[in-house]
Ligand binder design. Structure first.
Ligand SMILES: Nc1ncnc2c1ncn2[C@@H]1O[C@H](COP(=O)(O)OP(=O)(O)O)[C@@H](O)[C@H]1O
Ligand SMILES: C[C@@](O)(CCOP(=O)(O)O)CC(=O)O
Ligand SMILES: [Mg+2]
Length: 327
């Protein structure tokens, strides 16, 4: 019998990148989910079918004996796409003490891939949960979050925060500062997302910020300023002060741009959203291309984004109360 789990993507209200260096961040889970179906197979092989909105559906099959993917899409693309899934399956094998378990894995996701909405975290969280349950082990969402964090850290060359994975596992709005991870009471904020249709590599962008931080004190100061801003933002979130949240999002976008992780398309979408009346707008996630998030109370920003050439798709994103769940 196959076992299926799903987990949500997220937007960052504030704090991405700085959270990697121990500053606080507030990501919010959104109602776009990745669904992972897992069925144990008795030959020890791993077969993965991934259908995604921005990558043609593909299937990879390989076993411990050869390790060679059998597919007809470019190897680099496959390797990039498989890193997270492979490591998620390995984590579940470890949790169940079944190092040789083989699986058929099928992934479906309505989270654009590599666009800052946490598709990697959602796939890993749902994958660890489903594969562990398929092997008879029920993990608490907090445990799934911690295992998924270890996976992201390993795949992103040792650089990741707990923010995306904790948010995806727990749902709702969360606050992450180092290893201190908490869920927050938050109102359903009027998020609208603008997506430029491109993707980024989170590991590369995080490495770029690290290099800048090592070279320039101003980059260290910028990371600390993002932390200060997040602490101010927490008060505004508690009070449901959308105007102040928007102002702080605008500043956060400027600080992220100073760290070199914005892009022309992201800046164009941010300005379109502001011109359309958003309370504030910023890139979300690693940046470099992908998505922006804006606070849009009256649909003006969503309309402005949908009319902006840089924006391929604009959509509303409701807060997802539920994190990882069995389907
Ligand atoms: N539907 C999917 N099927 C298989 N792998 C996926 C899917 N969605 C995301 N991934 C994995 O997540 C990676 C993208 O993660 P990342 O660069 O962190 O961007 P983000 O988390 O912002 O979407 C992909 O290269 C792939 O390994
Ligand atoms: C840049 C970072 O703060 C968030 C990355 O988010 P995403 O993978 O682009 O959705 C990295 C991290 O927290 O691990
Ligand atoms: Mg990611």
């Amino acid at each position: 019998m196959p076992t299926t789990s799903s987990a949500p993507g997220k937007v960052y209200l504030f704090g991405e990148h700085a959270v990697v260096y121990g500053e606080p961040a507030v990501p919010c889970a959104i109602e776009r989910r990745a669904t992972v179906r897992v069925e144990e197979r008795d030959d020890g092989r791993l077969r993965v079918s991934a259908a995604d909105l921005s990558l043609d559906g593909f299937t990879v099959e390989y076993g411990a004996d050869d390790g060679v993917p059998n597919v007809d899409v470019p190897t680099a693309l496959v390797e990039a796409a498989m890193g997270y899934v492979d490591a998620a399956v390995a984590s579940a094998r470890d949790a169940a003490d079944r190092p040789d378990a083989g699986f058929d894995v099928t992934i479906e996701s309505d989270i654009p891939l590599g666009a800052g909405l946490g598709s990697s975290a959602a796939v890993v969280v749902a994958g660890v949960d489903a594969a562990a349950r398929e092997l008879g082990v029920e993990l608490a969402p907090e445990t799934v979050a911690e295992r998924a964090y270890e996976v992201e850290k390993a795949v992103q060359s040792g650089e990741a925060s707990r923010a995306d994975t904790f948010c995806s596992a727990m749902g709702g709005a969360v606050r992450v500062e180092g290893s201190d991870c908490r869920t927050l009471d938050a109102p359903d904020l009027p998020f609208v997302v603008g997506y430029d249709g491109t993707s980024h590599d989170t590991g590369d962008l995080v490495a770029g910020v690290r290099a800048l931080r090592e070279q320039y004190d101003f980059a260290r100061d910028t990371v600390e300023s993002i932390g200060d801003l997040v602490r101010r933002g927490e008060d505004a979130l508690r009070e449901g002060d959308v105007e102040e949240l928007g102002r702080l999002m605008d500043v956060d976008h400027g600080l992220l741009a100073a760290l070199g992780v914005s892009a022309r398309s992201l800046d164009e979408m941010v300005w379109a959203a502001r011109d359309g009346g958003a309370a504030g707008a910023k890139l979300t996630g690693a940046g470099g291309g992908g998505c922006i998030v804006a606070l849009d109370r009256d649909d003006g920003a969503e309309t402005a984004l949908s009319l902006t050439p840089a924006c391929e798709e604009a959509f509303r994103a409701r807060l997802a109360d539920e994190g990882v769940r069995a389907e």
